[in-house]
Design a protein around this ligand. Structure first.
Ligand code: VGL
Ligand code: ZN
Length: 199
């Protein structure tokens, strides 16, 4: 059995052109990822999955605008436009994404009071999603990450993967970023410093 898995982060309509939190050129990752799926025995997807009125939505904080920062009990939190609301088309995977082979879909961000960028931990960096246990039980040790957005959910997932003792590589051709306030350079640097292999 292969010890490698392809971890596909948040390739959902709301992060693609026309979506509520569109990443520039976000849909360009779809053909790249579809080309990779056949090369991995294990494919795991994440899906950003917020209840309406989620605390990461600017609309939940009167007087606040998207992309501002607020202080939450667990630390600073960036505010976003409403996106990836559970059950909506915006939360669905991009229609061309080859997802049928996926063995697991990890949904995250489903608790109203806390956001979750990483596939492993929510933004308090201590509430687990269960992914570590799943990978350990299945003997998966090496992860290749692709998806959206490079500087948020992909980066935090890759950093946590290394912290949890997995080997992590990010294939940048299969990723696109949001890049606000230098977040792209910042997170690429943090990934490099932590031992994430950037390809
Ligand atoms: C993401 C912002 C808010 C992501 C999710 O998938 O990178 N970014 N929710
Ligand atoms: Zn989100």
């Amino acid at each position: 059995m292969s010890r490698n898995a392809l971890l596909v982060i948040d390739v959902q309509n709301d992060f693609c052109p026309g979506g509520a939190l569109a990443v520039d050129d976000g849909d360009a990752v779809v053909p790249v990822i579809n080309g990779l799926v056949g090369q991995y025995e294990h494919v795991i997807l994440t899906q950003d999955w917020h209840p309406a009125g989620h605390s990461s939505f600017a609309s939940s904080h009167p007087g606040r605008a998207p992309f501002e920062d607020i202080e939450m009990p667990y630390g600073p939190q960036r505010l976003w436009p409403d996106h990836c609301v559970q059950g909506t088309t915006g939360a669905a995977f991009h229609p061309d994404l080859e997802w049928t082979k996926a063995e697991l879909v990890i949904r995250k961000g489903f608790r109203t009071d806390i956001d979750s960028y990483s596939a492993f931990f929510e933004n308090d960096h201590e509430t687990p999603t269960g992914l570590t246990g799943y990978l350990r039980e299945r003997g998966i040790t090496d992860l290749t990450l692709v998806g959206l957005a490079t500087d948020f959910c992909v980066a935090f997932s890759a950093l946590d993967a290394v912290k949890q003792g997995f080997k992590a590589e990010v294939l940048l051709e299969g990723c696109r970023g949001i890049d606000i306030a230098g977040s792209m350079d910042d997170m690429l640097g943090r990934m490099r410093d932590t031992g994430v292999v950037l390809k």
